[in-house]
Design a protein around this ligand. Structure first.
Ligand code: AMP
Ligand code: MN
Ligand code: MN
Ligand code: MN
Length: 277
């Protein structure tokens, strides 16, 4: 069976490996078909495509767009996008543009909590203030010895109610889906099990997504527990959604599930790639 991984990050967003190194690492983990899906940025796609070719992997160009829906942040992955599409590129620029100011506010809060120089420290990991992510702040807090792991960082900092949490308004769901569609891509709700919706709220998200023409969700992802694989396979069946699979890889050793350990999709669902390979 073809091993397909359609959710990964490189150092173009908040991963640590360059796109070519992610391709090599995925291949070593047995991946046959691979997508790079950096947050709000497609600048790694061309390198990734070339590297996937060298590794003998099929390649799917992707992106993971930050969206605000019902006052919560959700992520929508776009697969099979044309990374040169002007609508998509303009939408991503707009989405990223708030990251610089948010990063400065995060740093100001951390400074008040006794952690100086976090903006510079976080920026070292990505270079571009418009791509500054909480992950980069988390890496800095580990580097400067404030926390032992990034998991500890997200328990003590950067999340709601903790120092360094700055609420932010990202793209709307119709906008993000529109940009993905303009670029010829397929929108996929990323890791639905990670959001803190009530059952009614979650159903409302899937209903609106479907009304907007959406028909795929992630089922098996490094961001789900094994119980959630079953839960969202059932959701996919109930809504008639196609199912996606991916590690959500960011860095070697940092992944909840490595490339070779992520289980296949349950046989009850239809893979989003059913007519691609
Ligand atoms: P941002 O888009 O800047 O708000 O950052 C979101 C990123 O932070 C996600 O894509 C994850 O990579 C990371 N992240 C968020 N929550 C956690 C967590 N609890 N543990 C580890 N990483 C997290
Ligand atoms: Mn991330
Ligand atoms: Mn995500
Ligand atoms: Mn991701």
């Amino acid at each position: 069976m073809l091993k397909v991984d359609l959710h990964c990050h490189s150092n173009v967003s908040d991963g640590v490996l360059a796109p070519g190194a992610v391709a090599a690492y995925a291949r070593k983990g047995g991946v046959d078909a691979w997508a790079l899906t950096d947050h709000d940025e497609v600048g790694g796609i061309k390198l990734a495509r070339a590297a996937a070719g060298e590794q003998g992997m099929r390649f799917v160009p992707g992106v993971e767009i930050s969206v605000t829906w019902a006052n919560q942040t959700i992520h929508v992955v776009g697969l099979q996008i044309d990374e040169d599409n002007p609508d998509l590129l303009a939408g991503l620029v707009k989405t990223r543009s708030g990251r610089d100011a948010r990063g400065r506010e995060i740093a100001a809060q951390l400074e008040e909590a006794g952690i100086p120089d976090a903006w510079e420290g976080a920026l070292k990991f990505v270079g571009n203030p418009d791509l500054l992510s909480r992950t980069h702040f988390a890496r800095y807090l580990v580097e400067c010895g404030k926390c032992a792991t990034t998991t500890e960082v997200f328990k003590r900092f950067l999340t709601e109610g903790k120092p360094g949490y700055v609420p932010h308004r990202w793209a709307s769901l119709p906008e993000a889906m529109g940009w993905i569609r303009s670029a010829g891509g397929i929108p996929v709700i990323a890791h639905p099990g990670r959001y803190k919706f009530t059952q009614t709220g979650e159903d409302a998200l899937f209903d609106e997504f479907r009304q907007l023409g959406g028909n795929a969700i992630e089922v098996v992802t490094g961001s789900h527990t094994p119980d959630q694989y079953a839960t969202y396979a059932e959701v996919a069946r109930r809504y008639g959604f196609l199912a996606s699979r991916g590690t959500d890889f960011h860095a070697p050793g940092e992944a909840r599930v490595e490339f070779d350990a992520l289980p296949p999709l349950p046989s009850s669902v239809t893979p989003v790639w059913h007519d691609w390979f």
